[in-house]
Design a protein around this ligand. Structure first.
Ligand code: GRG
Length: 308
């Protein structure tokens, strides 16, 4: 790691117990999701089993962790952020189920298990994704509204990030770009929408759940945007450097589908450097929090160094 990167890292972050934070927050998110979702036996049981199958298949829970860490940075209560953390995880899981469908990436393996459509069939997998998407809004509506951020603001935030100008736009551009020559600018457009939008939304929702002042929301937006982009650059790198077993999903899919990725366009070494630079920008955005954003800083570092 370069000297520049070490100095960019906020102080205190290295002393933060991130494994402990992730373990306790993942447990809290899982318990809350279990409470928010209809039980596996609720009629029609097939759809509720399918929703729960992918939701509890062992995802890393990075978006909820970012949401809860952002709330903590703004002095908020975890209980106020928890419904929003669960809502973004439902949206994320829906997008993975649909992304894996034969009509999209056609993947058999996700979160270390057979994909939703492999277990429940394509029709139920489409519906399980749809149901998780709508479930997210029902859960978000149970969050506490504030003077600065009403329920309307929270719902709009999630709808914007997952809608046709962001998450879906990224997926459309990704599909349309397969097998075509893609510029670095077009790749950035895809990454901003397909990945960064929901990560950034997770961080912003955490701040909003803490009724944060506008300056803090601006700083969180800057942080979330850069962490989100770094996340996707690392994802592109892992696709070519890790095995399917390590990733819990099919490795080498991007190359196989002739997808535009950072390693394909600028090579592995430059891609790693880009991910580091993006993470440095995320660290810089945390300055106004004056040491209060240790969990966010530790998460950014973790996401840069992750191996799955
Ligand atoms: C509406 C038909 C329809 C489809 C939507 C939007 C979309 C399909 C798919 C985009 C999903 C996607 C693959 C985004 C890329 C982001 C990414 C790297 C996801 C993997 O996130 P991790 O590593 O996964 O956090 P886990 O499993 O750990 O939660």
């Amino acid at each position: 790691m370069s000297v520049i990167r070490q100095s960019a890292r906020p102080p205190h972050a290295s002393a933060f117990d991130l494994p402990g934070f992730l373990e306790s927050r993942t447990a809290a998110v899982n318990a809350a999701l279990d409470r928010f979702l209809p039980s596996a036996s609720a009629k029609p049981a097939t759809i509720h089993r399918a929703m729960r199958y992918s939701l509890f298949a062992g995802g890393k829970r990075m978006r909820p962790a970012l949401c809860l860490a952002a709330a903590a940075a703004c002095g908020g209560r975890e209980a106020d952020a928890l419904p929003l953390a669960c809502a973004v995880e439902c949206i994320h899981t829906y997008s993975l189920i649909h992304d894996d469908l034969p009509a999209m990436d056609n993947d058999d393996f996700r979160r270390g298990k057979p994909t939703n459509h492999k277990v429940f069939g394509e029709g139920i997998a489409v519906l399980a994704g749809d149901a998780l998407l709508t479930q997210a809004f029902e859960i978000a509506a149970q969050a506490k509204g504030w003077l600065r951020y009403s329920h309307r603001d929270l719902i709009r935030e999630i709808a914007w990030a997952s809608g046709s100008l962001q998450l879906i736009a990224g997926q459309v551009a990704d599909l349309e770009g397969e097998g075509r020559k893609t510029s670095a600018a077009q790749l950035r457009y895809i990454h901003e929408r397909k990945t960064s939008a929901l990560l950034c939304c997770s961080v912003r929702l955490g701040g909003m759940s803490a009724n944060c002042p506008p300056a803090q929301l601006k700083a969180l937006t800057e942080f979330g945007y850069h962490v989100g982009l770094a996340f996707q650059v690392i994802d592109d790198i892992l696709d070519v450097t890790q095995t399917s077993e390590q990733l819990g999903k099919t490795a080498g899919k991007d190359t196989q589908a002739q997808k535009a990725t950072y390693p394909a366009i600028v090579g592995l070494k430059r891609s790693r450097r880009i991910a580091e630079e993006l993470t440095d920008k995320a660290f810089a955005a945390l300055k106004p929090f004056k040491g209060q954003a240790v969990a966010l800083a530790a998460l950014a570092e973790f996401l840069l160094k992750r191996d799955r």
